[in-house]
Design a protein around this ligand. Sequence first.
Ligand SMILES: Cc1cc2nc3c(=O)[nH]c(=O)nc-3n(C[C@H](O)[C@H](O)[C@H](O)COP(=O)(O)OP(=O)(O)OC[C@H]3O[C@@H](n4cnc5c(N)ncnc54)[C@H](O)[C@@H]3O)c2cc1C
Length: 525
Amino acid sequence: MNYDAVVIGAGHNGLTAAAYLGKAGRKVLVLERRHVVGGAAVTEEVFPGFKFSVCSYVVSLLRPEIIRELDLPRHGLEILPLDGTFTPMPNGDYLWRVNDHAKTRREIARHSKLDAEAYDEYGKAMVEMARFVKPILNMTPPDPLSSNPRELAKFWFLLRRFSRLADDDRYNQLQLMTMSAVDFLDQWFETDVLKATMAASGIIGTFLGIRSPGTAYVLLHHYMGEIDGAFRSWGFARGGTGAISNAIADAAREAGVEIRTLAGVARIEVNGGRATGVVLDNGDQVMADVVLSSVDPNQTFLRFIDDQELPDDFVEDVRRYKFRGSSAKVNLALDALPHFTCLPGEGPHLRGALSISPSVDYMERAYDQAKYGEFSRRPYIDMVIPSLTDPSVAPPGKHVLSCFVQYAPYTLTSGTWDEQREALGDAVIDTIAGYAPNIREIILHRQVVTPLDLEREWGLTEGNIFQGELTPEQLFFARPVPGWAQYATPIRNLWMCGSATHPGGGIMGAPGRNAALRILNRNRG
Ligand SMILES: Cc1cc2nc3c(=O)[nH]c(=O)nc-3n(C[C@H](O)[C@H](O)[C@H](O)COP(=O)(O)OP(=O)(O)OC[C@H]3O[C@@H](n4cnc5c(N)ncnc54)[C@H](O)[C@@H]3O)c2cc1C
């Protein structure tokens, strides 16, 4: 059978692209290698009764226009609030920021009155920065080498927006693109634990430390969702992050899209420089006018396509694209709740993010080990207990604890990840036990997801959670590679639509939507 479009991968971006094409009347097939849709935005019952957001665990960046245009609430999407971030400290104190502005101000003032003042100023500045960047998320990046008036108009649009920023904000924007998260935050704050916890979002998914230049931008990337209407801060999807993918899949099916699981793609068929379809792992052939790949460039161009079909310099650029996975997940099924020594009991602090990021030096030391090929013995851990907000994910009285862990470098100097998996799990539990000693007694089951698992099971090369690092040199008109940031590829009728394209990773849906709209309006750019 011949389809108008075949989409490789049913992650949330592939599904989003398919839904938009389906709604435009195209006959679309989505092919997913795993048994379930969602990719890194997936919920799975790993242990009986315990449903885990196995990879991604919180949502904020999902574009409001996608929620609206695909009518996702009608398809089951419900976002529940995640209230704040709690950082326990080794000296028995803590820092607890919540969504209530006045409370957070008082809490920060307990550590530093100056920082409480600066927090307001910082918040305002970041909102301005995020406002500047927001329309860029939905645009096809301009081609800096083109003299086509349409491309020049995009630069003009950006320049005009930039020139309208207040003077301070222009400098802030420049600093965000070039500085380290810590250097940037040093300009505003003096409290070490505050800087460490805030800087943490600058290193998510990168193989960089919070003192490495370039990490300030990722701060902004994670701040962007905070100005989006109803979804101002981070939240949980009821039913786990898989519920987001399921809602998009439902919208796609309603638009006539066919979705096949356990249907891995082995090859993209190219004839005369034009993609004509795909061949599945089982040898089946699917013909399509257009092929969209939501998997990373390594798989798309170096595995699915013969080198000879692609220009040499393009292949070189794809080989140079940096993955360098540095994150792992430890998912725990708990018999009871953890009790933090610094704030005992089952209070509301357990409903937000629980961040093991006690100091700037702690965070940088965690990176030091990774630089030399070891996982961090005392890692940065970002934890959430979704079962407190959404009891449907665990049996009554039990809980799920999701631990996002950095650093777990893809390449280890000694041993393999299959050998080191449990040692990483132990390091994570030991670290948590330093703040919540009852953790060891309450663990019923444990799942450790290493960068190698992310590569093998989810097809994420080198285990990079964003299908490639989100660093300034791999963003915007350079994502994934210079000259090919407009979702098109050197092969005619082959398009990219996953996190490896602008505007990058996170449960955002923007790459999928942008690519689909680009295909539907080919002449408009
Ligand atoms: C551990 C982890 C934690 C994260 N935490 C967060 C978070 O809390 N919040 C957030 O916003 N983002 C988070 N992210 C990032 C976010 O989940 C991803 O950026 C996003 O889900 C990627 O979506 P995608 O559709 O572009 O790609 P993917 O989700 O990677 O989807 C690609 C799909 O293609 C499939 N596939 C691969 N190879 C083939 C093949 N040969 N044939 C057919 N199908 C194939 C895969 O199985 C997968 O389903 C996290 C990611 C990870 C891994």
